[in-house]
Design a protein around this ligand. Sequence first.
Ligand code: E4P
Length: 217
Amino acid sequence: MKFFIDTANLEQIKDAQDMGILDGVTTNPSLMAKEGITGTDNIMKHYVSICNLVDGDVSAEVISTDFDGMVREGEALAELHEQIVVKLPMIKDGVKACKYFSDKGIKTNMTLVFSAGQALLAAKAGATYVSPFIGRLDDISTDGLNLIAEIRMIYDNYGFETEILAASVRHTMHVIDCAKLGADVMTGPLSSITGLLNHPLTDIGLAKFLEDYKKGN
Ligand code: E4P
């Protein structure tokens, strides 16, 4: 399972990268705004800074909602760095743009996916990644994990190669449940990754080992 971090915060990206377990980064316009990165030029520069910090794929989202605009923006983003993945919204023109980029060998991530039907369209358009937003489904009392299971079954039925990128992950149990269900990738905040470290028996056991070592020395 690949681990992506869902942030535009360079410190947090570096933290995860330094652990040696990071496979990529996802961003969106809200995450950019949260870091105070505004204006096309600054946003483009920030994508390059992120790419220079990590080894894997970095999703960069278009803000156009029409095919021509998405193509123009996506091509500019893809030219920034070889690690850039063009992130496209799950709307009709987004699917069309996904097919366009897939045919050109440019990686894509179909975002804002909330149903199995949308995921099927993403796979048909040759998306590299499909991003079902599990946390936002949970927020409206709908089982986000069930969507991961449905997409896994559909993709396996037909051998679709689109990777299931569980997005809108909020906590460690989301990560573990997505791993059980066979999601290819998860993206979440740093806390959803570092939280996996925590176990009181590890802390108690380590303290005891160190204490016993001191007794013998
Ligand atoms: C990832 O690609 C999405 O932008 C992100 O996971 C959305 O997460 P949120 O629902 O916590 O905003």
